[in-house]
Design a protein around this ligand. Sequence first.
Ligand code: BG6
Ligand code: GLC
Length: 884
Amino acid sequence: MYVFMKLQQHGGVQRALLALTVPLETLQVVKGRMLQAMCKGLSRQTHAQANVRMLPTYICSVPDGTEKGDLLVVELCQSHVRTLRMTLSGNGNQSPKVMYKIFDMPGDIKQGKGEALFDFIAQCVRQFLAGVSSPQQRLPLGFVFPFSCRQTGLDKAELICWSKGFSCSDVEGKDVVQLLQSAINKQELCHVDVVALMNDTVGTMMTCSTEGEPCEVALVMGMSTNSCFMAEAQQVEMAENASGQMCVNTEWGYFGDDGSLNDILTPYDQRVDQESANPGEKRFEKLVGSLYLGEIVRHALIALAAEKALFIGSSIDVLRTKDVLKTQHVLEISKAQSALEALGLQPSEQDCCRVQQICRAVVSRAAALGAAGLAAILSHMRQSRELEQMMVNVGVDSKLYQGHRLLAPECKATLLPSVDGTGRGAAMVTAVTLRLAAQRREVEQLLAPLRLSHADLERVQVLMRREMELGLGRESNANSSVRMLPTYVCSTPDGTERGEFLALDLGGTNFRVLVVRVAQDGIHMASEIYVIPTTVMQGTGEALFDHIIECIMDFQLKQNLMDQILPLGFTFSFPCQQLGLDKAVLLSWTKGFSASGCVGQDVVHLLREAAQRKQHLGLKVVAVVNDTVGTMMSCGYEDPKCEIGLIVGTGTNACYMEEMENVGTVEGEQGRMCINMEWGAFGDNGCLDDFFTNFDRLVDEKTINMGKQRFEKLISGMYLGEIVRHVLLALVEKQVLFRGKPCPKLQTRDIFQTKFLSTIETDGLALQKVRAILQDLDLQASFEDSILVQEVCQTVSLRAAQLCAAGLAAVVEKMRENRGLARLSVTVGVDGTLYKMHPHFSQNLQKMLRDLAPNCTVTLLQSEDGSGKGAALVAAVAWREAEL
Ligand code: BG6
Ligand code: GLC
């Protein structure tokens, strides 16, 4: 009988322990469900139904150590108000001066009028300030308010609902920042400014952040439980227009309110819930928060006593009183016997032992579930940052087992205990807010000259139009910065062109040799890319043209074309005075070319001379075209409405079909001719001086053609990276980037390539990628730095696209007026690496173009085959005419 009873007792306790144990596989499932719940809370569509609310906090950065100044914090706690003043010296936040004071809260205030609560808090602030010497200068205040709030800014937060025994009237649905500020003003503390409101978890996260070691996750596992972490802002759909990162207050205490934890709930948990003030709510918190641990144990003990597995023969009536078992008893369970006796129980030695087991099981389960939650956060962060592995610091306000290691093995989390509670962190949030505001002012000031207004762009359009008119006039041509060069191309393709041609494409990123067959069934091409070393680009003209002939010969050999004499179309993307289709005098080099002895020479002649030197006798150059013209012709073959060519690549330029009667520089009044504008030089006569910034001047000074191609230097790929580099250097100097630390590698010319702009501005790019790009440049960028670099890139590329739009607007408007049309519908053939690779250039260009030329419908058609095809088409027409 005795043995049987022992077994029964043992079995009952074992069952209870088993029910309280959550095996690893189940914890994995809980983690998965938490992840799902988090995603539901983040998404705009499902947010309203989500239990885990994932509230945006508008805290977008962690301290970087440069914060300084005096800060005030007031923290509303369970039974008191804590005020704190901190002085930061900007030396890495190593040893801030902290003073604080605690004020007990009268018991009735929690359920009284809202106004009385806020008046009380404000009085605490006044008393505190009276005790510390406080100058009357503006004192920023951070408010720690540990309740669920709907925040729409750092200093705008509507209380969603009270909890933890608070139920003051007239506060729910109101902005608590305003309530506090008015109460403070009533105390005549007008210099105290409530600048930030935050939850206690956020305070913990900030407390644990130190210089160079940002803490990006925080757990509060105290009486209640909650967590927060730095999320990728674009995933926080409830926060409008957020970029970079934003701290999200998960409010995970509500996890499970939809039944998703039902399978792990024990009968004890159910009873705890039923007896609580909010049955059915905060199910996760009721498993994890220490407010409930004593209650869970109490119900387990009652049940076990009823089963005769514990306290046999003694009364357990005392256990029927709610909250009689304190959390402290549960945590300090080594002293089980004295604790149980103090309650009036008479435990046997075995009872003590078993109670200890139950307590440990309840605490371990709480820790394991907390760890499952943390693991969900870590996995979410790792996935959204697109990292294989992640290292992160987690601030913890309570003891927690390191269970997340098993649950999220790919994340290495370092747990940092929170030392000073949340107050110090709240001061840091406030300090960070102020630092960011000051930095923002600096950034705005620095970037302002790069931001063009609508009126600015209209002016650019008017100036371009004026320069176009000047450039077209016979007498005025010399005074214009836009050369408006006649091309002798008088029509776009009509589809009847036929034949096989060689083509050269020189002047963009790549030098290409092509063979192009224009046939009834379309155009067939084969091509090869050759490198032109910088030494050749900037050496002698002879060497450059010799190199070109060698490439042609190599190509013909490879294509088995050595024995054929094919007519050749030459795309030569530099400003040329065209004396005929096959005669083009180079006016100046651009884009990093400077081969000697070429300016003033006919480039076809230079090519023929080189062919002779190389004894290549089968070369028949029939047409030279600019790349803009090649592009227009190539796109014109697909779309007959294509009457404009635009390049935004290494350089920038445009051509369009102008009425012959307007072209004063060429005889004849009939029909149209394509004009190579050479708009890259727009502004070389000083007409754009108002728009050049210091950064533009610095870039220009270091080019081989200083003072030339000024418009091009604002827009094209060869220069945008350099502009960004100079802006970044200025931001470092102003101490708002990279914490003002010197960046030697960033001093190197051309180190910041324009292709980085395209990558950095890609939508949805994880900020980690921006950091990786900067890392390659030896730049240790924080997330804030990455966002700022992104903003600089956006500003510079937006200006480029808008300027390009202003130029194009002048062109289309002129064409519309030329033709006496109320509306013009026209297609632009476009080519160039920047245009093709940049994620927003094209949209920005089109948007601005619609604004500036509202009477034109402009279709941008991207050229797919390069301008060599266009050169072949021009050659085809010329060849046909020559044959006739
Ligand atoms: C190419 C054209 O596709 O684009 C060239 O074939 C042109 O003729 C070039 O010069 C412009 O772009 P990028 O970026 O190569 O200078
Ligand atoms: C430069 C050249 C011009 C060319 C443009 C685009 O501006 O001067 O001829 O069209 O680059 O490649």
